[in-house]
Design a protein around this ligand. Structure first.
Ligand code: GLV
Ligand code: MN
Ligand code: MN
Length: 421
């Protein structure tokens, strides 16, 4: 079997992206399918139905990860293709969904054409990749890979005060497949870049070499509420001012450090949040990322020192809670090379690049050889309702994924395939 004898349908994939994108659709053209919400349940139900219709064996594990396997009952080490279908509240149709539905499309193509491989294919949908409601992000894949206990994940308390385990139960996705029970030969994830690099350079495919380190912290500053008109400036313990000052510091710190360092204060809430009351409390998040772990640690230290010093001098208290700390992850060299070779053999320009976003593939990398394929994002925009990837780039990504998956599936030895491309 070679890639030439099989050709997955980009049309069917694009149709499914639209249909899944209509689940949790927002009035402004985006998607809101936050993990373990009713919309997430509806999206899961749709993907599970598709898996069943094309003839996959559907398995749900104890953290709600959904797996569609072909051939049914084959529990030898599989080539796993997956991603996530949960979204941020202001998401688009592509983030995550592309990787899942491209895997589904490949599985359907192989089944329809009666292509038999020496390894099973598993299409994976991982629970709570985004992490906007429950921390950490990439949770389903992290648990699957053994990096977080099932109990810790189920016990995660959301920003709405709910417990993840209860919500998983509520939407009917607390499965019984034991964690990690699917043996994997290799993992590949097709994803939109979510950044501006490929489009700016006119490159079609990104062969992803690594994912940068991620540090998430939640800060709570306690000051004192008081009257906005009567309280002299020197007597204020203004939590809003402190939080804004720290947000400004984070922005400048990333700029000063340069390189790949980025810093974001993405969520902030003030109490009592009233026009004429000095804020008593500010709760906000700090997202720091760097491809270099030592530099990331340095950014964390500088932020921490600044925030402590500022709040202490202003007579306020600061509590910090580390929500996520992930080191940079390198993908398997052989899979990176395979993505590169597959792209070139199909006539697509390709660039080795790091990922700025976190992905399930970085968790799977702890368990098996893993890699990722990026396609361009128009305007470099993502986590935004305007997120878009052109159909021809979806098609290019699908054909690269197909070639990579076939190569990984048909070979006897783990990577003897590389030389046959
Ligand atoms: C997760 O998707 C992240 O990169 O924030
Ligand atoms: Mn994603
Ligand atoms: Mn995302």
């Amino acid at each position: 079997v070679t890639a030439k004898t099989s050709s997955a349908s980009a049309h069917r994939l694009l149709d499914r992206l639209e249909e899944l994108g209509s689940v949790g659709a927002t009035a402004d053209g985006g998607v809101c399918r936050i993990a373990l919400s009713d919309a997430d349940r509806e999206g899961r139900n749709l993907v599970r139905r598709w898996m069943g219709e094309i003839g996959l064996e559907v398995l749900v594990d104890q953290i709600g990860n959904i797996f569609g396997r072909y051939p049914i009952g084959d529990d030898s080490p599989a080539v796993m293709i997956g991603s996530h279908i949960d979204s941020v509240a202001t998401g688009g149709k592509f983030d995550g969904n592309l990787g899942v539905l491209a895997g589904l499309e490949l599985a359907q193509t192989f089944i329809e054409r009666k292509i038999e491989f020496s390894r099973p294919i598993v299409v994976a949908v991982f629970t709570n990749e985004e992490g906007v409601r429950y921390s950490p992000d990439m949770m389903g894949s992290l648990v699957f890979a053994g990096g977080l206990s099932l109990d810790a994940a189920l016990g995660s308390v959301g920003i709405d005060g709910t417990r993840l385990g209860s919500e998983l139960e509520r939407i009917g996705y607390r499965g019984d497949l034991p964690i990690g029970a699917i043996p994997i030969h290799a993992y590949v994830e097709l994803h939109i870049e979510q950044g501006p690099v490929l489009e700016a350079e006119g490159t079609v495919i990104g062969a992803v070499e690594m994912v940068q380190g991620i540090s998430w912290t939640e800060c709570t500053i306690q000051g004192q509420s008081n009257h906005a008109g009567t309280t002299p400036m020197r007597l204020r313990r203004d939590a809003a001012w402190a939080a804004c000052n720290i947000a400004d510091f984070i922005h400048q710190l990333a700029g000063d450090m340069g390189g790949t360092q980025v810093g974001t204060v993405g969520r902030i809430s003030l109490s009592p949040n009233l026009i004429n009351v000095v804020a008593r409390q500010a709760v906000f998040t700090v997202d720091l990322r760097n491809t270099d772990d030592a530099r990331l640690s340095e950014a964390e230290k500088r932020f921490d020192a600044y925030a402590r010093d500022l709040t202490q001098k202003a007579g306020m208290t600061l509590e910090t809670k580390r929500l996520v700390r992930l080191p940079p992850v390198k993908f398997d060299d052989r899979i990176v090379a395979l993505v590169e070779e597959a792209s070139l053999s199909l006539g697509f320009s390709v660039k080795r690049m790091p990922s700025g976003a976190g992905h399930d593939a970085q968790m799977l990398a702890a368990r098996c050889p893993a890699g990722m394929i990026f396609v361009p994002s128009v305007g470099g925009i993502s986590h935004n309702v305007r997120e878009f990837t052109k159909p021809e780039h979806i098609e290019a990504g699908l054909s690269v994924l197909e070639r990579v998956a076939i190569t990984l599936c048909i070979q006897g030895g783990p990577y003897s395939a590389l030389s046959t491309l």
